[in-house]
Design a protein around this ligand. Structure first.
Ligand code: FES
Length: 172
């Protein structure tokens, strides 16, 4: 009888240990998701305002650390943005991710249009649709100018959006 009690006790202890082992990653995932929801959007100082030519978009790569529920990855490219300086020195920033299926959108200086080589989506330089299968225009990002040590820098709030749908839905 005592042996049976002991075995029962051992089984419940082992079950508790297994439950804890299984719960730790699940809780990590849950907390990282909640934390992500509370985080402010990441901002990046990408270029000095004076380095851009008015009316000529330039592409900048976003470098950052990628973190998911299980892994922290070292710093690397996580996306890119097209930035245009307007004649009045205001700026416009677009995600370079095509809103159709996520390829990288290029700029064609001769035609002054953005062009996605995957399925020939074409956009005006203001991001609106010219032709192609894309369900919406290019995704504009919040951008501002910040003075750092006496120089004007372009700061972009980078985020990713759902592709293939007409609405602009953030998935960052
Ligand atoms: S992914 Fe850009 S047109 Fe299809």
């Amino acid at each position: 009888m005592r042996r049976r009690k002991f075995l029962k006790y051992c089984t419940s202890v082992l079950s508790s240990i297994y439950a804890i082992i299984l719960a730790v990653p699940a809780l990590g995932f849950l907390f990282s998701t909640l934390k992500r929801g509370q985080q402010e959007k990441a901002t990046y100082e990408l270029a000095k305002l004076n380095d851009l030519e008015p009316g000529v978009p330039q592409r900048f790569t976003i470098i950052d650390r990628r973190v998911d529920a299980w892994t922290k990855y070292p710093s690397g490219p996580i996306g890119s943005v097209w930035i245009s300086k307007n004649e009045d020195e205001s700026i416009t920033a677009f995600s370079s991710t095509c809103p159709h299926l996520g390829c990288v959108v290029d700029y064609v200086p001769g035609d002054k249009v953005f062009f996605c080589p995957c399925h020939a989506a074409t956009f005006e330089s203001n991001g609106s649709i010219v032709s192609g299968p894309q369900p919406r225009g290019m995704d504009e990002l919040n951008a501002s100018i910040k003075t750092i040590r006496g120089e004007k820098w372009i700061v972009v709030e980078y985020e990713k959006f759902e592709t293939g749908i007409a609405e602009k839905v953030s998935i960052s």
